[in-house]
Ligand binder design. Structure first.
Ligand SMILES: [Cu+2]
Length: 268
């Protein structure tokens, strides 16, 4: 019984949202872990009813509009991206599912990042100085080319009134602690005008793991992306991209959960 409650609730909410005006863009509205759902920020609800509330786990995003520049400070955790009050409790090895009530854009990669808050409360961490590592990514799933192929960004959309669900596993080996999680959708359907949609939440990760990624996986936002990266400043409709399914997801490799700092290798 309990298992059914969350999907039904989400479906009901999704339907009610669909009765509003149809808009472009969008964002990450809620998170689920197991059967528990955690409410995120909504740009459609007054900020005063959300910011500072004891239940809030997500950094607020004031609008559904994208961020266009890789140098924008809001690339880290959107605008304003100020700290929430609460943490989502989750065990390393468990899934966290990002819930979008709708997502309309079809083309471009999606990635999920974590940043350890160390001994600090994540509320005191500067998201632009935080060091993030990628734990998940997905790009083009199926050909025939970048413009006409099926990307995960398209595949995860539902058009039956149910929300779009994006499940990701927290690496089981990860050292426990306070972390920020950052979901990013990069939409590249408009030539040479990338659109970034980041949202962040706070996690209290438990577990018995000891692993943590080495330096080469740690990136800052801004900083992780080059504006001239051919995967970011891209025209998917160009003749040279008409016959290729090759696309390198920006931001470097996903941390596998096992590659750790070699204690015998200074400076690695
Ligand atoms: Cu849009």
């Amino acid at each position: 019984m309990a298992v059914m409650i969350v999907p039904l609730l989400l479906a009901a909410l999704a339907v009610s949202l669909w009765s509003g005006p149809v808009v472009a863009h969008g964002g990450l509205s809620n998170y689920t872990v197991g059967e528990t759902w955690y409410r995120g920020y909504s740009p459609d609800t007054p900020a005063s009813e959300q910011i500072g509330q004891s239940w809030m786990v997500q950094r607020p995003w004031a609008s559904i509009d994208p961020i266009f520049s890789v140098d924008d400070k809001y690339l880290a955790c959107n605008n304003p991206g100020t700290p929430p009050t609460s943490y989502i409790p989750i065990q390393a090895g468990e899934n966290i599912t990002a819930v979008y009530y709708y997502w309309l854009h079809p083309v471009g990669p999606m990635s999920v990042w974590l940043s350890s808050c160390g001994d600090a409360d994540c509320r005191d961490v500067d998201v632009n100085k935080a060091e993030w590592f990628k734990i998940w990514e997905a790009g083009l799933l199926d050909g025939p080319n970048l413009a006409e192929g099926v990307w995960y960004q398209k595949a995860f959309q539902n058009w039956d009134g149910t929300p779009d669900l994006w499940p990701v596993t927290i690496p089981a080996s990860l050292r426990p602690g306070a972390y920020m999680i950052r979901h990013e959708i990069l939409s590249i359907h408009i030539e040479n005008k990338p659109q970034f949609y980041p949202e962040c939440a706070h996690l209290n990760i438990t577990g018995t793991g000891t692993a943590f990624p080495p330096k080469q996986y740690l990136k800052t936002f801004p900083g992780a992306y080059d504006p001239n990266d051919p995967s970011i400043n891209i025209n998917i409709y160009s003749p040279e991209n008409a016959n290729t399914t090759k696309y390198i997801i920006p931001g470097g490799p996903v941390w596998d959960g096992f590659t750790v700092v070699d204690k015998y290798c200074l400076g690695c």
